[in-house]
Structures are given as C-alpha cells and as structure tokens.
Design a protein around this ligand. Structure first.
Ligand code: SF4
Length: 245
C-alpha cells in the first residue's frame, strides 16, 4: 500500500469515526458506515465547482497539494508569488471559503492573513472556534493581479482543487465569504443581499453565505448581519451535536 493510499484510508477512518460520534454511536460496527468510493477522474482534470462535477475519488489534502505542484494550469501562474493552498484541520467540521488570495496572502502563502484575516480570526473565535480547528481555503489558489475578479477560465482551471479539498475535509457546514465565493461554489448569480443568511446546499453539505471580512472592514454596520449569519451556523453545528474544537 502506497503512502497516498494509506493517507486516504486515515482520512476516511477519521470521517467515519466523527460521523459515528455525531450520530451517538459508541462502538464501531463491523462494516464501514460510509459508502465505498470508486476511483474517479484524476485531480488534474480540474473543473468548475459545480455540484455534480466533484471528483468521485476522495484524496487526502496532501495528495491534492501534491497534484497542484508548481501549477501552470492558468495564466495566474505567471503573476503569483506563491500558491495559497489552504490551512487548518484536515477533518474540520467547519470550512470557510473565500474567493482568491490578496497581496498579503500571496506574499505569505497563507489564506486570510492581514487585516481581513485578523477580522476573520476574530469572527471564528467569537463563534467559539479557532483558526487551527477549522479549515480555510479559496476558490482560486493564486492571486489575480490587482485583486481583479477571477476570469472564467481561471475558475475552470482551479476550482476542481477546491472541490477535492471539500471532499477531503468533509465538513459538516461551509461558510462562504463574499459574493464571488458564494456564487462560484453554489453556481448562482444571486446578489449577496439575497444569498446571505439563507441556507444553501453544496453536495449535501449545508452552506451559509455571509459577507467577506474585507467588506465588513469597509462597512462595519454590516457586522451585525454577518454575526446573525454566524449564529445560524453555530446553531446548525449545535443541532448536529458538534461542539467547537
Ligand atoms: S489559480 Fe489554480 S489553476 Fe491557476 S495556476 Fe494557480 S493553482 Fe493553477
């Protein structure tokens, strides 16, 4: 058995244990609770983050990062400083998704650092969690120059990696930060005002769209609405029997 196969088994085993724990089981059954996943398309066949287009095979985060490598799959490779893969717990119950790295993220190779990242950290702590106990990723792994909007070909080239990351982490709840992340993940054209605060679905995982922390820094009056959204997330996790880790 290769290291990759072993890592995949560990990821699956962790998920199964967590699902059993959440469903109140105290003993491990003889047969696995999760359906057996069949080999699917290779990760490098990256596709948009559309619900039915997620790779069937579950890869570990390490394998996904390895597959990205020194990615040259879109033009952003020529302007980035670093690939910003994502960070946090491999089996996090709570996953945050943003649009793309900014200048500071590109420089430090980490998602949500700088002023907006500090606010996101504060929001996560206010929910009772920590940055280390959740998972944070972006739709695009490389910074669009000048923080311009992502082009459709860039999203098409990159978003399959996010889909694979979501599969690997298998969170119980996803929070999207800002309109582009919500629209890209949910394949929606709705305005942020209509999407935020309303539960959506991605591959059977509940999704709560809320404002991007950078927007909240510009419009502090909107923090009240964002907090209401996050309170819904806290309530959902609580109803699933999931406590902050
Ligand atoms: S944005 Fe994604 S697809 Fe484009 S070069 Fe970076 S990692 Fe590769």
């Amino acid at each position: 058995m290769s290291m990759d196969e072993l890592q995949e088994l560990v990821v699956e085993f962790r998920k199964t244990l967590r699902e059993l724990s959440r469903s109140g089981c105290t003993t491990v059954p003889d047969a696995p609770c999760a359906p057996v996943v069949e080999a699917g398309p290779e990760l490098s066949e990256a596709v948009p983050v559309a619900a039915a287009e997620v790779p069937k095979r579950v890869h570990s985060l390490g394998a996904i990062r390895e597959d990205i490598g020194d990615c040259q799959r879109c033009a952003l490779a020529s302007t980035r400083q670093h690939i910003v893969f994502g960070c946090g717990r491999e089996d996090a119950a709570l996953l945050f998704v943003g649009e793309a790295p900014g200048a500071e993220e590109d420089r430090r190779a980490l998602p949500f650092v700088g002023a907006a990242g500090e606010l996101l950290d504060a929001m996560i702590v206010a929910m009772g969690w920590t940055r280390e106990s959740v998972y944070i990723a972006n739709v695009l792994k490389c910074r669009p120059p000048g923080n311009r909007d992502p082009k459709s070909e860039e999203v098409a080239a990159c978003s399959g990696f996010l889909a694979a990351q979501i599969q690997a982490v298998a969170p119980s709840v996803i929070v999207t930060l800002g309109k582009p992340a919500a629209q890209l993940l949910l394949n929606s054209r709705e305005a942020m005002g209509k999407m935020r605060g309303v539960w959506q679905d991605y591959q059977g995982i509940p999704v709560m769209p809320t404002y991007h922390p950078a927007y909240l820094l510009r419009e502090p009056a909107k923090k009240r609405e964002a907090w209401a959204d996050l309170q819904q997330v806290m309530g959902r996790l609580q109803s699933l029997g999931i406590k902050p880790e």
